[in-house]
Design a protein. Structure first.
Length: 80
C-alpha cells in the first residue's frame, strides 16, 4: 500500500503539489481566524456542591452542610 502511494506521488507530482499548496493555504487561513485570548483568566476558582440531607429544610442543608463544605473545598490547593 505504501509502495503504491509513493509511486503515485512520484508520478503525479502536480496533484501532490496542489494538495500541499491547498493544505498550506487552508492552514494559514485557519491560523488567522484563530481567536487568541492574550489575557489569562483571573476569575476565582469555584466549586459546586450538591448535598442532600433527609429531614432538613433546604435552608438548613445550605447553612449546615453546603456552605462549610464549599469553604473547605475552595481552600484546597492544586486539586484539578
Amino acid at each position: 500500500m505504501i509502495d503504491w502511494l509513493v509511486k503515485y506521488a512520484l508520478r503525479k507530482r502536480l496533484v501532490v503539489a496542489m494538495i500541499c499548496a491547498f493544505a498550506s493555504i487552508y492552514g494559514i487561513y485557519s491560523f488567522t481566524q484563530l481567536a487568541i485570548d492574550a489575557y489569562p483568566d483571573i476569575a476565582d476558582t469555584s466549586s459546586q456542591v450538591v448535598t442532600q440531607a433527609p429531614g432538613l429544610a433546604a435552608e438548613e442543608v445550605e447553612q449546615q452542610i453546603t456552605i462549610p463544605l464549599e469553604r473547605e473545598l475552595n481552600a484546597l490547593r492544586d486539586c484539578s
